[in-house]
Design a protein. Sequence first.
Length: 403
Amino acid sequence: MEVGPIFRALMRNKLGVVLIAVQIAFTMTVIVNAVFIINERNDTMGRPSGMDEANTFYITSIGFGDNFNEEVTAVEDLNMIRQMPDVLNASLTSALPVSGSGSSTGVSVVAGQRESSVPTAVYDVNERALSTMGLELVAGVDFTASDVLVRTRDNNSSPDNIIISAALAAVLFPELGIQAVGQTIYNANEQPLRIIGIVQQLQAPWPTSPFVEQAMLSPLHVIDGTSTYLVRTEPGQRDRLMVEVEELLAARNGERILRGLRSMEDTREESYRVDSAMSKILYVIIATLVFITAMGIVGLAVFSINRRKKQIGTRRALGATQGDILRYFLLENLMITGCGVLVGAVLTLAFNMFLVQSFDMPRIDWYYAPVGMLLLMLVGQLAVIGPSQGAARITPALATRSV
């Protein structure tokens, strides 16, 4: 067995071995936790909102003229948009998923029990919202035009019927789930709200919210001078129709301004811009650390080989093959990286515990550490192959002349 001679040889260069092992341990700690964070961010950024985001855009109309009638204008605008070729539907909405801006409230199954209320996002919409958003109704019925309540900002009344997400139904009625159609819940004003429908999924406007999957649709149009139109198009027609809709709305009424023309995909990208930037930075850090660690392993191997040329030449003269020499240095590197990744596994878990306690991050999955160990050991073996092959090509004669 070559383990004993290899170990004794390593002890003659303790400082270099310890430094490389520590570097490997540090690299593993950072990389494994960075990969875990990246995967968490990617999972968050990839969560579906429930909408047909790829084919949806929105624009806001803000009236300012003395003769501006928001209710009539909204009805006429939406009718005009719906008649445009390649437009599937259009509706009013007070907020949008992953936009970062919207309203929320607390609802409960018993009136007056605010301490046990469940938080939920609230979308004020009209009877075309489900079709325009592309939401999947899994139970109950959709809103009708008669369900929509039109009121001023000073009026606090709310519609009697609502549609909620399946996630909210599961929290309010865990024993019923999507069978909660027909049940009554109560808002913060203790007004009864009857659930007439449940959609498969609808996210709240705030991506980092702890109740991001809990949402409620209310058939309500508040007259406050501002109307947001949501438009859903045929696949591939969104970008063209964004321009055409804006031009038609601008030409139709001069007593308002139009702003906020954006697609849902752009909105998602903007909301997750920080997460995306963090992932890119972590990718750069991972690549840099892997490169530096690999270069450190190469440097230690080259240094070790240069110091032992005479020993290698002597072994070749005694009958050692090139394969024997190659295997020797690969095994030597495996022992160093093995010690490094074992320490790194402990540090990885310790660092994750620190992140969990200090930044409320989720615990790392069990398989990240062993996978990280295997990959870093593979990197170490790949890094040392070049120097090891050079050592295997040393001839007895060359070794003698170099002494």
